[in-house]
Unconditional design. Structure first.
Length: 463
């Protein structure tokens, strides 16, 4: 069980595995919140408009800057005690974000779909906390002000909650990630590297623990020991700050050199293991994981861009029968379309190979000569991705090729046996020629009237 768990979830990121996950995701339509919006009406028109998204991102950026201004210049515990400018700005932000969320909610065809959208739920939580901070808590403190003044008690609990709620405003900056793909890559890289970094730090903690015990035992009762290695936890902290992080390490090295040269060499061994090996390993893990995530994200963006562009070309220009499927004739028109060809070439697709294997792609079955199968758009995209020049052959590809060759050889052997069965004499009459015996077995037909199944030299092998 332990081996299976680690085999299923590797410690270090696998870029090929991550890219394969991206390729598998193209067979299904990617999630888009616009698919759940109404197709007509004012609410959906506003929610779909790009200007609405840009204005919202601009307001979020202003809100992020305003948080710093409010922190430096607003010393009021509650909003109604703040200067008028701060009150007006806070109310404007609360009104805008509430209105923005209301517009998006009204744009949904089915209102229950709103709770299935992760970003809508995230924004709903932030707006609820902002309303709680700006209006609910402020109003409750204002209404209870006279009671607290008469009793001499302060609303310490309410004010403490108020300050905690104000910290949640920083979470709104997460929405800016959607507009900056580079930040998304970094955040995903950190999340993917969390497991690898954790085990690297566990290894470093073990090294710190072992050397802390050694230094405590050796330097107990000495001035250096009383200063730097007075306990196991204190020794671990010293080795972490001065050893692993190399903060003022010369002071520690000088003190150990004056105490004992062998102990100084022991510290050098620790620096070699912890600082030069484990810490650099940690940096390497982070670089590897972020590089793998960046490669997978680039793959995802390239495929998504090609998918949307080919979909637009197919729907607007090339879908003759409007059945959302791609026939062989429509496939030929896609290949002849210059924009579609350039899009596939940018995706590193072998367009010439697509033309050569057109019959293979649209064959219904390996034993069938019918090449009129229609592909759905996800199936078509899967074929496009399979013909990328950057793809490498896998064991699965070799196994499929072996099966194809075996089936093709079997078909050829069956045809040869059929021809041999026609030509081989069974109960031929003595003194007659082979041609006469063949004519007799076929009911007296002339050779020109016989139908002999022979392989078609132009027939393509289909798989």
């Amino acid at each position: 069980d332990r081996e299976e768990r680690f085999a299923q979830k590797p410690v270090f990121a696998n870029v090929d595995y991550m890219k394969e996950k991206v390729r598998q995701q193209i067979i299904k339509r990617p999630y888009c919140v616009f698919d759940h919006y109404k197709t007509e009406g004012v609410w959906q028109a506003i929610a779909r408009h790009s200007m609405f998204e840009h204005i919202t991102l601009f307001v979020i950026g202003l809100n992020a800057i305003w948080i710093a201004i409010d922190t430096d210049w607003n010393d009021a515990q509650v909003l109604y005690q703040a200067p008028p400018l701060f009150q007006v700005v806070e109310h404007c932000f609360a009104i805008y974000f509430s209105a923005e969320l209301l517009i998006r909610f009204m744009a949904f065809t089915l209102k229950r779909d709103s709770v299935r959208d992760p970003w809508f739920c995230f924004d709903l939580l932030l707006v609820a906390l902002m309303v709680l901070e700006t209006w609910v808590i402020t109003l409750s403190v204002y209404l209870t002000q006279s009671e607290t003044a008469s009793t001499g008690l302060g609303n310490t609990n309410v004010l403490r909650v108020f300050r905690l709620v104000r910290l949640t405003r920083m979470a709104r900056m997460a929405r800016l990630l959607r507009a900056v793909p580079e930040l998304v890559i970094l955040v995903k890289g950190l999340c993917s590297a969390a497991r690898s970094v954790f085990f690297t730090l566990v290894l470093l903690g073990g090294v710190l623990y072992v050397f802390a015990i050694i230094f405590c035992q050796i330097l107990r009762g000495s001035p250096v020991g009383d200063r730097f290695f007075f306990s196991v936890l204190g020794s671990m902290h010293t080795l972490w700050i001065k050893g692993a992080l190399l903060d003022d390490v010369s002071d520690l090295v000088t003190a150990l050199q004056q105490e004992s040269v062998p102990v100084m060499l022991l510290l050098d061994l620790f620096l070699l293991i912890a600082t030069l090996t484990v810490m650099n390993m940690l940096i390497g893990v982070l670089c590897e994981v972020v590089s793998a995530v960046a490669a997978a994200e680039r793959e995802d963006l390239a495929i998504a861009y090609a998918r949307s562009k080919l979909r637009r070309i197919f729907d607007n220009v090339l879908d003759e029968d409007h059945n959302q499927n791609i026939s062989k004739s429509e496939f030929v028109k896609i290949i002849e379309n210059g924009e579609a060809t350039r899009t596939m070439h940018d995706l590193d697709v072998d367009v010439v190979g697509l033309v050569d294997f057109a019959d293979v792609i649209f064959a219904k079955d390996i034993n069938d000569n019918d090449y009129d199968r229609e592909l759905s758009f996800p199936e078509f995209m899967e074929v496009i991705v399979a013909f990328r020049g950057s793809n490498t052959a896998t064991v699965k590809d070799i196994e499929n090729l072996r099966k194809l060759i075996c089936q093709s050889i079997g078909r050829c052997e069956n045809r040869i046996q059929g021809i041999e069965g026609i030509l081989q004499p069974h109960d031929d009459e003595p003194g007659t020629s082979t041609l006469e015996n063949i004519v007799r077995r076929h009911g007296g037909k002339k050779p020109s009237e016989m139908t002999i199944c022979t392989p078609d030299p132009d027939e393509r092998i289909v798989y």
